[in-house]
Design a protein around this ligand. Structure first.
Ligand code: FA5
Ligand code: MG
Length: 452
């Protein structure tokens, strides 16, 4: 889940940003929760999931359930998957069957508190209050340890309601990797670490490790600190060697060495916890989360004698850097000019077949007053969801460019810039005006906004 979410920068922009579409008469706030407009139960793979006040999976997301990009050997996601699997050659590859999990599997079993933001309807897709579309591959940790596997790599599609830009998409792929040892084998770690350290060849990569063990990011009380330190070392060496392997060939980009950094993080199921980021396109891009498995989780999985580490990495993010894929939506295009460029087993740079011009629209509105009874709290992800539902992959970014509170009435206004661009063709102005009016119609009736 996004545990430490960075704030979107708000570009300086005049409050009277031109409003391209005429104001639409407000019809007053909708008094119910923002959920799907669907009326019939979900039927997926022969199972029926009755609707309730949690159901919020739109048709655009349901349509992604069968795409299985990670199983198509010519797709960059699958190519990267198999390269990582061949790097960790002693690890068992695992593919879970369905993205539909119980709330217990996805959250409770991993120690998410009842009020954890990752559980919010604004952040996750629920079929109903008991069933969620997997939000991360960590949801399969317990069952995989239960199978008795000690070293494994599990790849799957995951689903999150999120912002809209070139590196976020509501469906993406994660690879979960783990390595655990019975206590009788932990004595081998210093030797394995020494071997890994000596193999980490000189490479024009800058790795900055800013992480540290502290009361905020501690070794676990039930662990011998010496063992915890060796497991942490093995985690870092293993991931650094993967990064060297993947980035070695492109380690100098535009004459600059590639920069990777380790930072402290927090996950309910690991301690200590870390994230790894890469410097890309002028900013730090987060690649993965990782840490030493919480012992209570391994105990619950029936392997109390084992301890070790796990990581979860975003395959799209890595692919974008390695294959020079500029926009996360491209992974989903069915244009043969995309898929025909790739060869199983090889990392080759993507050659954009064309860059079509963007069409932008700015829209300013008053957000509904959540202090009024029955009015749902404004959430940007709900807004993004409607935009995606209407415009699909034609929407490139939804950017907050201005906000203010009216000094007298206390009403809050927001101005968003919606950028539309097709990956495959030129857009027509009329087409975008039609989509934009539909976005406005739905945000008025479903979220209770009032266009300024
Ligand atoms: C997790 O999902 C943890 N389960 C990772 C983990 C596993 C930690 C095992 C400890 C042990 P996070 O929410 O940070 O963490 O997501 C992991 C990665 O998924 C991110 O680093 C990023 O590369 C990718 N990611 C997250 N959100 C998106 C998105 N909307 N689109 C594309 N990639 C994303
Ligand atoms: Mg993260």
């Amino acid at each position: 889940m996004m545990f430490l979410r960075s704030l979107q920068p708000i570009a300086s922009c005049s409050r009277s940003a031109s409003r391209i579409l005429p104001p639409v008469a407000a019809r007053g706030p909708r008094l119910t929760r923002f959920v799907t407009t669907r009326t019939t139960p979900y039927h997926i793979n022969g199972q029926t999931y009755p609707l309730d006040d949690h159901s919020n999976v739109p048709p655009t997301i349901l349509a992604k359930l069968d795409r299985n990009l990670h199983l198509n050997p010519s797709h960059p996601i699958s190519i990267l998957r198999s390269i990582i699997e061949s790097h960790f050659s002693t690890f068992t590859p695992v593919t879970p069957s369905s993205p539909i999990l119980t709330v217990t599997q996805n959250f409770d079993d991993l120690g998410f508190t009842p009020d954890h933001p990752g559980r919010a309807l604004s952040d996750s897709y629920y079929l109903n209050k008991n069933h969620v579309l997997r939000t991360h591959t960590s949801a399969h940790e317990i069952e995989t340890y239960q199978k008795g596997l000690n070293q494994w790599l599990l790849t799957a599609d995951v689903y999150r309601r999120d912002e809209i830009d070139s590196s976020h998409y509501p469906v993406f792929h994660q690879m979960e990797g783990a390595s655990v040892w019975p206590s009788s084998e932990l004595y081998k770690l210093p030797q394995m670490n020494a071997e890994l350290a000596s193999k980490l060849a000189e490479c024009p990569l800058i790795i900055e490790d800013t992480s540290s063990i502290s009361p905020e990011n501690p070794y676990q009380k039930s662990h011998d600190p010496e063992h915890a330190a060796q497991i942490t070392q093995h985690l870092k060496h293993s991931l650094n060697s993967l990064i060297f392997r993947l980035f070695g060939p492109i380690a100098t980009k535009d004459g600059e060495p590639l920069r990777i950094r380790w930072i402290d993080a927090y996950f309910p199921f690991t301690s200590p916890s870390f994230e790894v980021e890469v410097w890309w396109d002028g900013d730090w891009l987060e690649l993965l989360g990782s840490g030493v498995m919480q012992q209570p989780l391994l105990n619950r999985a029936g392997v109390p004698d084992k301890s070790g580490w796990a990581f979860g990495l975003g395959l799209e993010r890595l692919c974008m850097v390695l294959f020079s894929i500029p926009d996360i939506r491209l992974f989903w295009t069915e244009d043969p000019r995309f898929i025909s460029q790739f060869t199983p087993g090889q990392i080759t740079p993507f050659k954009p077949y064309s860059k079509y011009p963007p069409v932008t629209r700015d829209v300013s509105f008053w957000i509904p007053d959540a202090s009024k009874k029955g009015v749902t709290q404004w959430h940007e992800n709900d807004y993004c969801e409607i935009v995606r539902d209407v415009a699909g992959d034609l929407v490139e970014t939804v950017q907050l460019i201005d906000e203010f509170t009216h000094p007298k009435t206390g009403r809050r206004s927001k101005t968003y810039r919606l950028t539309y661009r097709s990956m495959d063709r030129n857009l027509l102005n009329d087409e975008i005006s039609g989509l934009q009016s539909e976005v406005e119609r739905r945000t008025i009736s479903e979220m209770g906004i009032e266009i300024r």
